[in-house]
Write a protein that binds this ligand. Sequence first.
Ligand SMILES: O=C(O)[C@H]1O[C@H](OP(=O)(O)OP(=O)(O)OC[C@H]2O[C@@H](n3ccc(=O)[nH]c3=O)[C@H](O)[C@@H]2O)[C@H](O)[C@@H](O)[C@H]1O
Length: 455
Amino acid sequence: MACPPDTSKTSKLERYNSYLRRVNSTKLLAASSKLLFRATLLVALALIFFFTLNYPPISDTSHHTPILHTHQNFLSSAFYGSGAAWEKQVRHSSTPRRQHGFSVLVTGAAGFVGSHCALALKRRGDGVLGLDNFNSYYDPSLKRARQAMLLKHQIFIVEADLNDGSILAKLFDVVPFTHVLHLAAQAGVRYAMKNPQSYVNSNIAGFVNLLEIAKSADPQPAIVWASSSSVYGLNTHNPFSELHRTDQPASLYAATKKAGEEIAHTYNHIYGLSITGLRFFTVYGPWGRPDMAYFFFTKDILQGKPITIYKTQDDKEVARDFTYIDDVVKGCLGALDTAEKSTGSGGKKRGPAQLRIYNLGNTSPVAVGKLVGILENLLNVKAKKNVVKMPRNGDVPYTHANVSLAYRDFGYKPTTDLATGLRKFVRWYVGYYGIQSRVKRESEITGDHSDSDSA
Ligand SMILES: O=C(O)[C@H]1O[C@H](OP(=O)(O)OP(=O)(O)OC[C@H]2O[C@@H](n3ccc(=O)[nH]c3=O)[C@H](O)[C@@H]2O)[C@H](O)[C@@H](O)[C@H]1O
């Protein structure tokens, strides 16, 4: 007898098959939803990236925000167009206009020394691209005004922090810089007690970040950077020579600059980067820094406010080797002109490279009391002076540069005495801030009108 088909097995199989179909279709649905989600995420990320690169918010001046930024005038249709327009600006700004001209990345280009150097380089036909984070250590509107002035001379400043490796790397991808003039830093001797971390962020971490990018670049640029007279710290030998000891810094600012000099040695030694450090001595002049004594003394004297003048613990006058900006600019250009090429490429050293350090001072220290006397005369106002013993705030009593090394190697020879330099500063100050009142007439202060935007 034929056995009846086992329907229980068939229906089990069918039920199982239908179960599998259900499971598979649910899986398929889940998989396709996942795929759709991922695709949407990818498109969203691509869009965010695109808009971040091309539509930077004008008002954002945070130095922690990795956003490329430019002056309002540059937010033209060309800039808004695409990343290609931004790259075009970067290339245009950094392309030299003279034969064998340099292509220089100037960090801190919206700063005092940076803006002056950028302009001087551009004027002689070098290509210059600026980088600045526009932080608010002092009035950012002054930095914006310097930026606007540079823009008139076709110098473009990328707004970014030194610690933003991706933007730095992008700049080196777009431009084969021959040189970096690294002037971005957290400046100020006494502020280091208030905000120590900012010195570590800019002067150490930021510097290392820049060197990391520079060492990997192909070609590697030659680097000229700002160290400081403050590295001499408690040194008692005068005038200060590059051969003197610099292992007794009196402030964290000085310590970070000294650390920079040691870090420079390391990158030169391992990667063949050509590096020149310049020890600036209390640089002053038009478009200067409002946190510096000569600048806020001028403001306070004009406003009838008292000023505090420091004297040493043993009642001696405090003095500085005040150095005029035009002299320092000549020194920076001299250092760039004599900088040899880096020897490495793509992070590999090919041979020994140049490593230098120079004082850039005025060789003629002036007591702070005398500086105040010059200002009183120029401003035609008597200062309300409050003379106190120098607090323990990182200050040093005296600076005096020996510049024979810089003279020997690139003819550095400061030519501006303090009275002449301050006259030019006051002329700029009253013009910039629109001050008339008791200040001596412009002709009395200046005698000429030739360098009104000599930054
Ligand atoms: O060469 C440098 O490497 C440094 O130079 C500058 O530092 P300093 O030489 O200290 O300049 P600055 O503050 O203008 O004080 C000038 C004089 O006024 C005295 N001073 C200061 C303030 C005050 O209220 N009273 C006063 O007498 C004070 O005692 C001093 O004698 C840069 O700021 C610094 O960033 C760095 O670049």
